[in-house]
Design a protein around this ligand. Structure first.
Ligand SMILES: [Zn+2]
Length: 350
C-alpha cells in the first residue's frame, strides 16, 4: 500500500516498481528501460500488468469495469507523472460523477488473477484509489489480498489511508511517501509547462509544499493572471488611442488586435466590457463594490470620468455585439475597426 498525496506521484512509483520486478536486466537500483518487458511496461501493454481504478456509471453502461475505460486510462497515465482523481474524471468527461470501484470489479480481479502468468516474472495488479471500493467489493478481495496466487503482487495506491477498510489495510505493508523536493517540483513543472518562465515556475514550486498537483494549480493561476495583466495593458493602450481619435493610430491598433487568436480576442473584449462597467460604478461613486485590482483601480480612477450614464449602455451594446459577431466568424479586422471608431466617439459623450 503506497500512501501519499496525489501530488507525490504514488501511481508512477507503483508502475516503476512493477516494471523493475519484471525487467529482464535490472540493475541494483532501477529497471533497464530497454528490454522487451520494460518496453511493454512503458506502453502499459504488458499482459501481466493489470489495473483497477474508479470508474463511473454512464447512460450506456450501468455496470462499468475498469477495462471499459482502459483506452482513456492509458492516455491519462501517460499524460503526467502525478495523477489526481479530479483530473481523471475530467479526462473521461464525467467531472461531477461519483466514481467507484464496484463489487463486480472485485469478482473480475479474482478471475483475472486466477490465470497463470503468461510471460512475466510477476503478475502485478495495481489498484489506484482503493478508498473508492465499497464494502462489498473490499470484502470480496480480503482473501486474495491475504493469500495472493503464486508470483502475484498487489500494489495499492492511496491518498486517503483513513478511508480504507481496516480489514484491507491490515493485510498490506504500508509504504509512506514524502513530499517532493523543490528541485524535483521545478523539473516536473518544466516538463509539463515548457512555455512557462522560470521565475513563474519557481514561485509556484516554492508555494506548493512539495505537492505537484498544488504546484500545478498555483502555476496555472500565475499564468492566468499574467494574461489579465496583458489584457489590462492592451486595454489602456486601446482606450488612449481611441480617445486621441487619430484615425491612422486607430487603424494600426485595430490591425494589431485583429491578429490575436479569435478566442483571446473575444476574451479581451469581454475584459474591456468588464472594465468599463467597473469604471461606470466608480463614476457613480460605487468604488467600494468594484472588483478591480489595485493596479486597475489606479487607472480606472481617472478613466471613470469618461464612462457615464449617457454612454455605458452604448458601450455595453457595441462590445457585446462585437463578441457575437466574432463568434459568428465575422471578419475580425472589420469588426474591431468598427468597434474602435465607435468607441472613439462614445468616449467624447459627456
Ligand atoms: Zn528492462
Amino acid at each position: 500500500m503506497i500512501v501519499g498525496n496525489e501530488g507525490w506521484g504514488g501511481l508512477s512509483l507503483a508502475l516503476a516498481y512493477a516494471q523493475y520486478l519484471n525487467c529482464e536486466n535490472p540493475t541494483e537500483s532501477d529497471s533497464c528501460g530497454t528490454c522487451k518487458a520494460c518496453k511493454k511496461y512503458q506502453a502499459l501493454a504488458h499482459p501481466d500488468l493489470h489495473f483497477v481504478f474508479p470508474v463511473v456509471k454512464t447512460p450506456k453502461n450501468s455496470k462499468p469495469f475498469s477495462s471499459d475505460f482502459f483506452a482513456e486510462w492509458k492516455n491519462f497515465v501517460k499524460s503526467t507523472r502525478f495523477h489526481s482523481l479530479e483530473q481523471w474524471l475530467k479526462f473521461i468527461g464525467y467531472e461531477n460523477a461519483q466514481p467507484s470501484i464496484y463489487v463486480h470489479e472485485a469478482e473480475e480481479i479474482i478471475r483475472t488473477l486466477s490465470y497463470k502468468a503468461y510471460e512475466g516474472k510477476y503478475k502485478v495488479m495495481i489498484i489506484w484509489k482503493p478508498e473508492k471500493m465499497n464494502i462489498a467489493a473490499a470484502n470480496k478481495l480480503l482473501k486474495i489480498i491475504e493469500e495472493p496466487p503464486e508470483r502475484t503482487i498487489f500494489l495499492l495506491v492511496t491518498s486517503d489511508l483513513d478511508a480504507i477498510l481496516p480489514t484491507i489495510r491490515s493485510r498490506t505493508q504500508i509504504i509512506q511517501l514524502t513530499p517532493l523536493s523543490a528541485e524535483d517540483l521545478v523539473s516536473a513543472l518544466r516538463q509539463e509547462f515548457p512555455d512557462a518562465s522560470m521565475p513563474d515556475i519557481e514561485q509556484a514550486a516554492r508555494a506548493a509544499g512539495g505537492d505537484f498537483i498544488t504546484a500545478k494549480k498555483f502555476l496555472q493561476e500565475i499564468l492566468a493572471s499574467d494574461e489579465s495583466t496583458h489584457y489590462f495593458d492592451l486595454f489602456v493602450k486601446t482606450m488612449r488611442i481611441a480617445y486621441s481619435a487619430n484615425p491612422l493610430h486607430i487603424i494600426d491598433n485595430a490591425e494589431e488586435l485583429a491578429t490575436m487568436d479569435k478566442e483571446k480576442l473575444k476574451q479581451f473584449l469581454a475584459y474591456c466590457l468588464h472594465f468599463m462597467r467597473q469604471s461606470f460604478m466608480i463614476n457613480q461613486n460605487l468604488k467600494q463594490i468594484s472588483q478591480l485590482t489595485q493596479k486597475e483601480l489606479n487607472f480606472a480612477e481617472n478613466f471613470s470620468r469618461f464612462i457615464n450614464r449617457k454612454n455605458i449602455n452604448h458601450f455595453s451594446v457595441e462590445f457585446s455585439k462585437a463578441i457575437r459577431d466574432l463568434e459568428r466568424n465575422g471578419n475580425s479586422r472589420l469588426i474591431i475597426l468598427d468597434l474602435l471608431f465607435t468607441t472613439s466617439k462614445l468616449l467624447k459623450i459627456k
